[in-house]
Ligand binder design. Structure first.
Ligand SMILES: [Zn+2]
Length: 333
């Protein structure tokens, strides 16, 4: 990225402020406006901003005519309170016609880019970018997609490095910051299933040594949600282990009692191994009855699987409530 240092020369009062600005690689030559973000200057055609965002259009039109200002490189200066990296992502997306290459749904996207386009797409009311970023995040929300079958998110490849616990923590923080809470049931479920309590409380180290850590409120939501999920999972997914609750009156092994015996033995095993039993991952069914007891007769297979799937449906429906979130219906609104 070729960058040159330029001396800001807006007027005599701030020419002595000692600040030096970096000229971004984004630099147009005609009918231009310079954007000042942090200590970076970016120069673009005015129309680029005006066509895509009514908010930016109003800001640009409110600038003094360039003939009467001593801006940067003869251009008026539009100051934005966003990070330079966020603004570069925004302008790269706008410069790329209809964002088809820069923000292509078929490519895995760096979270930094998705965050920038979500934040700025929201701030400057650029629906294409904001909705694309939300769909990109939702593409990881299997429970959400199960309930909203026609969601556009299915066509997005998602975020790079999603399997890293750090990424999930950062998505939760971004969702809170931008109020995209529809992704939270799945993200909290993922967080609860993959992070230890210590990781939730102390944070997860990033490659650069910094920590990704949830807010204290969300740490509590995640830990208490995991407890609720664990209890619901035992009650709803494995009720079939208790013959008093889920009966198979036509069990083929009624005389020998093989199915009953196997279920009782599996129930005891789950009880003793409860602490290490695999927790529900978002969009990923835990072991089915037939995974746990392959030798069940055909009637018991059908009855237990039905109980298991109905229980999973109830867990899916209640999932937001475990993490103190509104119902799916309200999240959709
Ligand atoms: Zn049976």
């Amino acid at each position: 990225m070729a960058q040159t240092l330029v001396k800001r020369r807006r007027d005599s009062s701030d020419s002595d402020d000692g600040l030096r600005f970096v000229r971004s690689r984004i630099w147009s030559e005609n009918n231009r406006v310079v954007i000042e973000a942090g200590q970076m200057h970016l120069c673009v055609f005015r129309d680029l901003l005006c066509i895509h965002s009514a908010v930016l259009k109003a800001r640009v039109e409110a600038l003094p005519p360039s003939d009467f200002v001593q801006g940067v490189d003869g251009c008026p200066v539009l100051c934005l309170n966003d990070s330079p990296r966020d603004v570069e992502h925004l302008l790269d997306a706008l410069i790329d016609s209809r964002c088809v290459t820069y923000f292509n749904p078929k490519d895995r996207q760096p979270l930094e880019k998705v965050s920038a386009l979500l934040r700025l797409g929201k701030n400057y009311e650029i629906e294409l970018l904001k909705n694309g970023a939300v769909s990109c995040l939702r593409s990881h929300c299997k429970e959400w997609l199960e309930i909203n079958a026609k969601d556009d998110a299915k066509s997005w490849a998602g975020v790079e490095d999603f399997d890293s616990p750090r990424t999930v923590v950062e998505i939760i923080k971004l969702a809170r910051q931008t109020n995209v809470i529809s992704v939270l049931p799945d993200m909290f479920t993922q967080c609860a299933a993959t992070l230890s309590t210590e990781q939730i409380i102390r944070g997860v180290a990033q490659d650069d040594g910094l920590l990704s850590i949830l807010s204290p409120q969300d740490q509590q939501v995640c830990i208490t949600g995991r407890d609720k999920l664990r209890i619901a999972q035992t009650k709803e997914l494995y009720a079939w282990l208790d013959e008093g609750k889920v009966r198979s009156p036509s069990c083929h092994t009624a005389r020998s009692g093989d199915c009953s015996w196997n279920k009782a033995r599996q129930a005891a095993k789950m009880y003793t191994e409860f602490q290490t039993y695999p927790l529900l991952h978002a969009g990923q069914l835990p072991p089915r009855p037939t995974d746990l007891i392959p030798s069940l007769c055909s009637v018991c297979r059908m009855v237990t699987l039905q109980s298991y799937l109905q229980g999973y449906g109830r867990i899916r429906e209640a999932l937001p409530s475990y993490f103190n979130l509104p119902s799916w219906t309200d999240l959709k609104a």
